[in-house]
Design a protein around this ligand. Structure first.
Ligand SMILES: Cc1ncc(COP(=O)(O)O)c(C=O)c1O
Length: 440
């Protein structure tokens, strides 16, 4: 049977349904099967020896390679226009392993201040224990990115659409500064998804995803994906990336990963052979299967998410109980122009509103509490990108570990309420929000 890849220019919708899998004998199942097996039999001992030595491709053990997981990896890589991907147990694992692999011991990261709270925890609390330091900069402060670069800088990190305020990153400018400094730009493309933006087209080098969110879309399983977009040349300054350029223990000390995987992605090989192998945040075959089920409808869901979010943002903008709506689809947003450049297919469905402040944080908290308890359709959950619409109070939930200064710098106040607009009828969501706002 021929493969969708034989189609010269498959469109997004075809790739999201077919990439990475062709039904084949002996059981030509149309849907990628769940290969629920820890290990895979070798044809012979010499076959096993070749696989262990990375002389041949093949599945050895599901901690680092599983055929169902591989379909997800290839499909997300194809949607992002990347050269290879690795899928992991969570988005958090995707961000962490990317940074461990790129920064290395003593490496320095320049990161946007506007990041998911769990990523800030990783950068501030855990990576410093491993000798990796981060300088945070406002993502719109172009000079700030440039000034933060040190001799030891190894990576830039930002979200293409930051959460909860939905600032749209000027990917092209930040990529140019990263490249002038000789380092890759890693973007977290969770909120935009490759449907709203392909960061590679604007110069990003690695895309990471919490597949838990829109890729799965059903709120039922966690997962993460790292995609090497194939644009960064790690061999240009080999002394900066010894894990890629020096003879690798994973290859018996005989060759470097950069040489051995020169035709593919040495970075993804490093993450799989070292970090996933040694630390073990593996995505299960059944979770990969569920994420693939969701991925098949990504474009349709994103169109609905975006259209409903735009309607709701416009409605809330003139509501007397709402002081501000942080949504780049509104012409008044400082990120409206960036949204038109970088998100040509639709606006984000994760954004925030500011309730009119009651004057002090405790009174704001009461007001937010009354608002949230008045909601009947939007659900109070710590998640985004679900079919269900979700309300969150970042200051007491997802971003509760940030200091007051960090919260202010990320644009989050005690009256900030995050919305993730799901797939329900937008009229029901608007009625629900209006009813709950009437209570404040
Ligand atoms: C933008 C972003 N990146 C990464 C993560 C972490 O993903 P996960 O919850 O799948 O570990 C999240 C989780 O909310 C997120 O919002």
């Amino acid at each position: 049977m021929s493969d969708a890849a034989d189609c010269p220019t498959p469109s997004f919708a075809t790739v999201q349904v077919q990439a990475g899998f062709t039904a084949s004998a002996p059981v030509p199942a149309a849907v990628p099967p769940i290969y629920q097996s820890n290990a895979f039999e070798f044809e012979s001992l010499s076959h096993a020896r070749d696989l262990f030595a990375h002389r041949r491709d093949g599945d050895v053990y599901s901690r680092t390679a599983n055929p169902t997981v591989a379909v997800l990896e290839q499909r997300v890589a194809a949607l992002e226009g990347g050269i290879a991907a690795v899928a992991l147990a969570s988005g958090q694992a995707a961000v962490a392993l990317t940074l461990l692999a790129l920064a290395g011991r003593g490496g320095h990261i320049v990161a946007a201040r506007q990041l998911y709270g769990g990523t800030v925890d990783l950068l501030e609390d855990t990576l410093p224990d491993w000798g990796i330091e981060t300088t945070f900069v406002d993502q719109d402060d172009v000079d700030g990115w440039r000034d933060a670069v040190r001799e030891s800088t190894r990576v830039f990190l930002a979200e293409t659409v930051a959460n909860p305020i939905a600032q749209v990153l000027d990917v092209r400018r930040i990529a140019d500064i990263a490249h002038a400094a000789g380092v890759p730009l890693v973007v977290d493309n969770t909120v935009a998804t490759p449907y709203l933006q392909r960061p590679k087209e604007f110069g990003a080098d690695v895309a990471v995803h919490s597949a838990t969110k829109f890729i799965g879309g059903h709120g039922a399983v966690l997962g993460g994906v790292i995609v090497d977009l194939g644009t960064f040349d790690f061999t240009a300054a080999p002394e900066r990336w010894p894990a890629l350029s020096a003879p690798s223990r994973r290859l018996g000390g005989q060759a470097s990963l950069a040489d051995h995987f020169a035709g593919g992605s040495p970075l993804i090989a490093l993450i799989k052979a070292k970090y996933l192998h040694d630390l073990g945040p593996t995505l299960s075959a059944s979770s990969a299967f569920q994420l693939l089920q969701g991925l098949e409808t990504l474009d349709l869901r994103m169109q609905r998410h975006s259209a409903s979010a735009q309607l709701i943002a416009e409605h809330l903008r003139s509501h007397p109980a709402v002081a501000a709506v942080h949504h780049p689809g509104l012409p008044t947003s400082p990120w409206h122009a960036a949204s038109r450049t970088y998100l040509s297919r639709g606006v984000p469905s994760v954004f925030s509103i500011e309730l009119r402040s009651a004057g002090d944080p405790a009174a704001d908290f009461d007001r937010v509490e009354r608002f949230i308890s008045g909601l009947r359709v939007l659900r109070l959950l710590a998640n985004i990108g679900d079919a269900r619409s979700i309300v969150t109070h970042p200051a007491s939930m997802t971003h509760s570990h940030l200091s007051p200064v960090q919260l202010r710098e990320a644009g989050i106040s005690s009256a900030t309420v995050r919305l993730s607009i799901g797939l329900e009828d937008p009229a029901d969501l608007i009625a629900d929000l209006d009813r709950a706002l009437a209570a404040v």
